[in-house]
Design a protein around this ligand. Sequence first.
Ligand SMILES: Cc1ncc(C[n+]2csc(CCOP(=O)(O)OP(=O)(O)O)c2C)c(N)n1
Ligand code: SF4
Ligand SMILES: [Mg+2]
Length: 288
Amino acid sequence: MSDKDLLSKDKNIEEMVLESPQGDKIPEDYQLVYEKPTTLTDTRFHYCPGCGHSTVHKLLGEVFQELDIQENTIGVAPVGCSVFAYDYLDIDMQEAAHGRATAVATGIKRMLPDKYVFTYQGDGDLAAIGTAETIHTINRGEAILIVFINNAVYGMTSGQMAPTTLPGMKTTTSPYGRDISLVGSPMKMCELIAPLPGAFYVTRQSVHTAGNVRKTKKALINGFKYQKYRKGTSFVEIISNCPSNWKMTPLQSNKFIETDMLEYYPLGDVKVPSREEIKELDAKEGNK
Ligand SMILES: Cc1ncc(C[n+]2csc(CCOP(=O)(O)OP(=O)(O)O)c2C)c(N)n1
Ligand code: SF4
Ligand SMILES: [Mg+2]
Protein backbone atom coordinates (compact mmCIF):
# COMPACT_ATOMS: atom_id res chain seq x y z
CA MET A 1 0.00 0.00 0.00
CA SER A 2 1.41 3.41 -0.94
CA ASP A 3 1.93 6.24 1.55
CA LYS A 4 -0.89 8.09 -0.20
CA ASP A 5 -3.31 5.16 0.35
CA LEU A 6 -2.24 4.95 3.97
CA LEU A 7 -2.90 8.65 4.45
CA SER A 8 -6.38 8.44 2.97
CA LYS A 9 -7.06 5.38 5.16
CA ASP A 10 -6.02 7.45 8.20
CA LYS A 11 -8.36 10.22 7.13
CA ASN A 12 -11.28 7.79 6.97
CA ILE A 13 -10.48 6.55 10.46
CA GLU A 14 -10.45 10.12 11.77
CA GLU A 15 -13.84 10.77 10.17
CA MET A 16 -15.24 7.65 11.82
CA VAL A 17 -14.24 8.95 15.24
CA LEU A 18 -16.96 11.57 14.93
CA GLU A 19 -19.52 8.78 14.98
CA SER A 20 -20.52 6.44 17.79
CA PRO A 21 -19.69 2.71 17.40
CA GLN A 22 -23.26 2.25 16.13
CA GLY A 23 -22.63 4.80 13.39
CA ASP A 24 -24.77 7.52 15.02
CA LYS A 25 -23.57 11.08 14.86
CA ILE A 26 -22.38 12.29 18.26
CA PRO A 27 -25.00 14.71 19.67
CA GLU A 28 -24.05 18.34 20.18
CA ASP A 29 -24.74 18.21 23.92
CA TYR A 30 -22.21 15.39 24.28
CA GLN A 31 -20.27 15.84 27.52
CA LEU A 32 -16.56 15.26 27.35
CA VAL A 33 -15.44 13.35 30.46
CA TYR A 34 -11.89 12.47 29.48
CA GLU A 35 -9.40 13.86 27.04
CA LYS A 36 -6.02 12.62 25.90
CA PRO A 37 -3.35 14.54 27.84
CA THR A 38 -1.83 17.35 25.76
CA THR A 39 1.57 15.97 26.72
CA LEU A 40 1.07 12.98 24.39
CA THR A 41 1.66 13.51 20.67
CA ASP A 42 -0.95 12.52 18.08
CA THR A 43 1.17 9.60 16.90
CA ARG A 44 -0.77 6.36 17.12
CA PHE A 45 0.81 3.81 19.53
CA HIS A 46 2.32 0.76 17.85
CA TYR A 47 1.73 -1.39 20.95
CA CYS A 48 -0.30 -4.63 20.79
CA PRO A 49 -3.85 -4.59 22.23
CA GLY A 50 -3.71 -4.95 26.01
CA CYS A 51 -0.03 -4.01 26.26
CA GLY A 52 0.89 -2.38 29.58
CA HIS A 53 3.26 0.10 27.89
CA SER A 54 0.27 2.03 26.47
CA THR A 55 -1.31 2.46 29.89
CA VAL A 56 1.94 3.64 31.45
CA HIS A 57 2.54 6.12 28.61
CA LYS A 58 -0.92 7.54 29.18
CA LEU A 59 -0.20 7.87 32.91
CA LEU A 60 3.10 9.62 32.26
CA GLY A 61 1.31 12.06 29.95
CA GLU A 62 -1.27 12.78 32.68
CA VAL A 63 1.45 13.25 35.29
CA PHE A 64 3.44 15.73 33.14
CA GLN A 65 0.25 17.69 32.57
CA GLU A 66 -0.99 17.64 36.17
CA LEU A 67 2.40 18.54 37.67
CA ASP A 68 2.89 21.10 34.88
CA ILE A 69 6.41 19.83 34.18
CA GLN A 70 6.20 19.21 30.42
CA GLU A 71 8.78 21.89 29.63
CA ASN A 72 11.13 20.81 32.41
CA THR A 73 11.18 17.05 31.95
CA ILE A 74 13.69 14.96 30.05
CA GLY A 75 13.07 11.25 29.47
CA VAL A 76 15.49 8.55 28.36
CA ALA A 77 14.03 5.84 26.11
CA PRO A 78 15.30 2.24 26.11
CA VAL A 79 15.76 -0.48 23.54
CA GLY A 80 12.75 -2.79 23.65
CA CYS A 81 9.11 -2.49 22.64
CA SER A 82 9.06 1.04 24.10
CA VAL A 83 11.97 2.18 21.96
CA PHE A 84 9.65 4.71 20.29
CA ALA A 85 8.54 6.29 23.60
CA TYR A 86 10.09 9.51 22.29
CA ASP A 87 7.52 9.54 19.48
CA TYR A 88 4.61 9.45 21.92
CA LEU A 89 5.63 11.55 24.91
CA ASP A 90 5.68 15.22 23.95
CA ILE A 91 8.69 16.16 26.06
CA ASP A 92 12.44 16.30 25.48
CA MET A 93 13.73 12.76 25.12
CA GLN A 94 16.99 10.99 24.44
CA GLU A 95 17.40 7.45 23.15
CA ALA A 96 20.01 5.30 24.93
CA ALA A 97 21.87 2.20 23.81
CA HIS A 98 20.42 -1.05 25.17
CA GLY A 99 20.65 -1.08 28.99
CA ARG A 100 22.49 2.23 29.31
CA ALA A 101 19.53 4.50 30.04
CA THR A 102 20.41 5.26 33.66
CA ALA A 103 24.01 6.13 32.70
CA VAL A 104 22.68 8.55 30.06
CA ALA A 105 20.17 9.96 32.56
CA THR A 106 22.99 10.47 35.07
CA GLY A 107 24.83 12.68 32.59
CA ILE A 108 21.69 14.67 31.78
CA LYS A 109 20.75 15.20 35.44
CA ARG A 110 24.26 16.27 36.39
CA MET A 111 24.42 18.80 33.56
CA LEU A 112 20.85 20.02 34.08
CA PRO A 113 20.11 19.46 37.79
CA ASP A 114 16.91 21.50 37.77
CA LYS A 115 15.23 19.28 35.16
CA TYR A 116 13.01 16.33 36.02
CA VAL A 117 14.86 13.36 34.55
CA PHE A 118 13.52 9.82 34.17
CA THR A 119 14.35 6.60 32.39
CA TYR A 120 11.74 4.25 30.95
CA GLN A 121 13.02 0.67 30.68
CA GLY A 122 11.87 -2.90 30.19
CA ASP A 123 13.12 -5.85 32.22
CA GLY A 124 15.53 -7.05 29.52
CA ASP A 125 16.95 -3.55 29.24
CA LEU A 126 17.16 -2.78 32.96
CA ALA A 127 17.67 -6.17 34.62
CA ALA A 128 19.75 -8.04 32.02
CA ILE A 129 22.03 -6.00 29.76
CA GLY A 130 21.75 -2.93 32.00
CA THR A 131 22.12 -4.53 35.44
CA ALA A 132 25.46 -2.85 36.15
CA GLU A 133 24.24 0.62 35.14
CA THR A 134 21.05 0.19 37.16
CA ILE A 135 22.79 -0.84 40.36
CA HIS A 136 25.59 1.73 40.16
CA THR A 137 23.20 4.59 39.31
CA ILE A 138 21.06 3.79 42.34
CA ASN A 139 24.08 3.18 44.55
CA ARG A 140 25.30 6.68 43.65
CA GLY A 141 21.84 7.98 44.54
CA GLU A 142 21.35 9.92 41.31
CA ALA A 143 18.26 12.08 41.76
CA ILE A 144 16.33 10.60 38.84
CA LEU A 145 13.22 8.47 38.48
CA ILE A 146 13.59 5.00 36.99
CA VAL A 147 10.36 3.60 35.51
CA PHE A 148 10.80 -0.15 35.20
CA ILE A 149 8.32 -2.11 33.07
CA ASN A 150 8.39 -5.75 34.16
CA ASN A 151 6.52 -7.96 31.69
CA ALA A 152 8.64 -11.05 32.42
CA VAL A 153 9.93 -11.41 28.85
CA TYR A 154 11.99 -9.78 26.12
CA GLY A 155 8.87 -8.47 24.38
CA MET A 156 10.36 -6.79 21.34
CA THR A 157 12.49 -9.71 20.20
CA SER A 158 9.61 -12.23 20.40
CA GLY A 159 9.38 -13.33 23.99
CA GLN A 160 12.67 -14.81 25.12
CA MET A 161 13.27 -15.60 28.79
CA ALA A 162 14.24 -12.54 30.83
CA PRO A 163 15.84 -12.38 34.29
CA THR A 164 12.28 -11.69 35.51
CA THR A 165 10.58 -14.70 33.83
CA LEU A 166 8.61 -16.66 36.45
CA PRO A 167 9.71 -20.15 37.56
CA GLY A 168 8.17 -22.67 35.17
CA MET A 169 7.02 -19.98 32.74
CA LYS A 170 7.23 -20.97 29.08
CA THR A 171 8.99 -18.58 26.73
CA THR A 172 10.58 -18.99 23.30
CA THR A 173 13.93 -19.83 24.95
CA SER A 174 12.43 -21.88 27.82
CA PRO A 175 9.85 -23.96 25.90
CA TYR A 176 9.54 -26.42 28.80
CA GLY A 177 9.28 -23.66 31.40
CA ARG A 178 11.98 -21.74 33.30
CA ASP A 179 14.09 -24.25 35.18
CA ILE A 180 15.51 -22.38 38.16
CA SER A 181 18.00 -25.19 38.89
CA LEU A 182 19.63 -24.32 35.54
CA VAL A 183 19.14 -20.57 35.13
CA GLY A 184 18.54 -19.29 38.64
CA SER A 185 15.51 -17.58 40.13
CA PRO A 186 13.77 -14.51 38.73
CA MET A 187 15.31 -11.27 39.95
CA LYS A 188 13.19 -9.17 42.28
CA MET A 189 14.68 -5.83 41.35
CA CYS A 190 12.91 -3.76 44.01
CA GLU A 191 14.11 -6.03 46.82
CA LEU A 192 17.59 -6.15 45.28
CA ILE A 193 18.13 -2.41 45.05
CA ALA A 194 16.17 -1.17 48.10
CA PRO A 195 19.05 -1.79 50.57
CA LEU A 196 21.39 0.46 48.54
CA PRO A 197 21.96 3.72 50.42
CA GLY A 198 21.18 5.74 47.29
CA ALA A 199 17.67 4.28 46.92
CA PHE A 200 15.21 6.88 48.23
CA TYR A 201 11.84 5.56 47.03
CA VAL A 202 11.20 2.02 45.82
CA THR A 203 7.77 0.68 44.98
CA ARG A 204 6.15 -2.04 42.90
CA GLN A 205 2.82 -1.35 41.19
CA SER A 206 0.82 -2.78 38.28
CA VAL A 207 -1.58 -1.73 35.56
CA HIS A 208 -3.92 -4.73 35.36
CA THR A 209 -6.94 -3.16 37.09
CA ALA A 210 -8.35 0.37 37.22
CA GLY A 211 -7.50 0.62 40.94
CA ASN A 212 -3.91 -0.42 40.32
CA VAL A 213 -3.60 2.05 37.45
CA ARG A 214 -4.55 4.84 39.88
CA LYS A 215 -1.96 3.64 42.42
CA THR A 216 0.70 3.51 39.71
CA LYS A 217 -0.07 7.10 38.79
CA LYS A 218 0.40 8.15 42.41
CA ALA A 219 3.75 6.34 42.51
CA LEU A 220 4.90 8.13 39.34
CA ILE A 221 3.87 11.47 40.83
CA ASN A 222 5.92 10.69 43.95
CA GLY A 223 8.88 9.68 41.80
CA PHE A 224 8.88 13.04 40.01
CA LYS A 225 8.17 15.12 43.12
CA TYR A 226 10.94 13.52 45.18
CA GLN A 227 13.58 14.62 42.66
CA LYS A 228 13.58 18.10 44.12
CA TYR A 229 14.97 16.79 47.43
CA ARG A 230 18.10 15.37 45.72
CA LYS A 231 18.15 12.63 48.33
CA GLY A 232 18.50 9.65 46.04
CA THR A 233 16.94 7.62 43.26
CA SER A 234 13.26 6.78 42.88
CA PHE A 235 12.45 3.38 41.39
CA VAL A 236 8.92 2.53 40.26
CA GLU A 237 8.53 -1.05 39.04
CA ILE A 238 5.32 -1.68 37.11
CA ILE A 239 4.07 -5.23 36.51
CA SER A 240 2.88 -5.05 32.95
CA ASN A 241 1.03 -7.16 30.37
CA CYS A 242 2.60 -8.66 27.25
CA PRO A 243 -0.42 -10.56 25.88
CA SER A 244 1.27 -11.26 22.52
CA ASN A 245 4.28 -13.10 23.89
CA TRP A 246 2.36 -14.65 26.76
CA LYS A 247 0.03 -16.04 24.03
CA MET A 248 -3.03 -14.71 25.83
CA THR A 249 -5.90 -12.36 25.21
CA PRO A 250 -5.64 -9.02 27.02
CA LEU A 251 -8.20 -10.22 29.58
CA GLN A 252 -6.37 -13.50 30.16
CA SER A 253 -3.17 -11.52 30.65
CA ASN A 254 -4.81 -9.41 33.37
CA LYS A 255 -5.81 -12.64 35.09
CA PHE A 256 -2.30 -14.06 34.73
CA ILE A 257 -0.90 -10.98 36.46
CA GLU A 258 -3.33 -11.47 39.34
CA THR A 259 -2.79 -15.21 39.76
CA ASP A 260 0.86 -15.71 38.83
CA MET A 261 2.87 -12.50 38.53
CA LEU A 262 1.74 -10.91 41.79
CA GLU A 263 2.39 -14.08 43.75
CA TYR A 264 6.07 -13.78 42.88
CA TYR A 265 6.19 -9.98 42.67
CA PRO A 266 4.03 -8.65 45.54
CA LEU A 267 2.74 -5.13 45.04
CA GLY A 268 3.41 -2.25 47.37
CA ASP A 269 6.07 0.06 48.71
CA VAL A 270 9.43 -1.52 49.43
CA LYS A 271 11.24 1.59 50.66
CA VAL A 272 9.59 4.92 51.36
CA PRO A 273 10.62 8.10 53.12
CA SER A 274 8.66 8.69 56.33
CA ARG A 275 6.10 11.50 56.54
CA GLU A 276 8.36 13.28 59.03
CA GLU A 277 11.28 13.08 56.63
CA ILE A 278 9.20 14.55 53.81
CA LYS A 279 7.95 17.31 56.12
CA GLU A 280 11.50 18.17 57.14
CA LEU A 281 12.71 18.15 53.56
CA ASP A 282 9.82 20.35 52.47
CA ALA A 283 10.54 22.81 55.27
CA LYS A 284 14.27 22.85 54.49
CA GLU A 285 13.88 23.32 50.75
CA GLY A 286 11.00 25.73 51.06
CA ASN A 287 9.03 23.28 48.91
CA LYS A 288 5.33 22.71 49.08
C1 LIG B 1 23.31 -4.65 22.39
C2 LIG B 1 22.00 -5.28 22.04
N1 LIG B 1 21.74 -6.55 22.41
C3 LIG B 1 20.57 -7.13 22.10
C4 LIG B 1 19.63 -6.43 21.40
C5 LIG B 1 18.34 -7.09 21.03
N2 LIG B 1 17.24 -6.66 21.85
C6 LIG B 1 16.43 -5.66 21.47
S1 LIG B 1 15.16 -5.40 22.52
C7 LIG B 1 15.68 -6.66 23.52
C8 LIG B 1 14.93 -7.05 24.76
C9 LIG B 1 13.96 -6.04 25.24
O1 LIG B 1 13.22 -6.55 26.29
P1 LIG B 1 12.68 -5.65 27.44
O2 LIG B 1 13.72 -4.70 27.88
O3 LIG B 1 12.11 -6.53 28.48
O4 LIG B 1 11.57 -4.76 26.75
P2 LIG B 1 10.09 -5.16 26.26
O5 LIG B 1 10.22 -5.28 24.79
O6 LIG B 1 9.69 -6.42 26.93
O7 LIG B 1 9.26 -4.00 26.67
C10 LIG B 1 16.83 -7.25 23.02
C11 LIG B 1 17.53 -8.39 23.65
C12 LIG B 1 19.92 -5.09 21.04
N3 LIG B 1 19.04 -4.34 20.38
N4 LIG B 1 21.12 -4.55 21.35
S1 SF4 C 1 5.12 -7.60 22.24
FE1 SF4 C 1 4.39 -7.39 24.35
S2 SF4 C 1 5.49 -5.64 25.25
FE2 SF4 C 1 5.70 -5.56 23.01
S3 SF4 C 1 4.03 -4.22 22.29
FE3 SF4 C 1 3.29 -6.32 22.16
S4 SF4 C 1 2.25 -6.71 24.13
FE4 SF4 C 1 3.56 -4.88 24.37
MG1 LIG D 1 10.16 -7.01 28.92
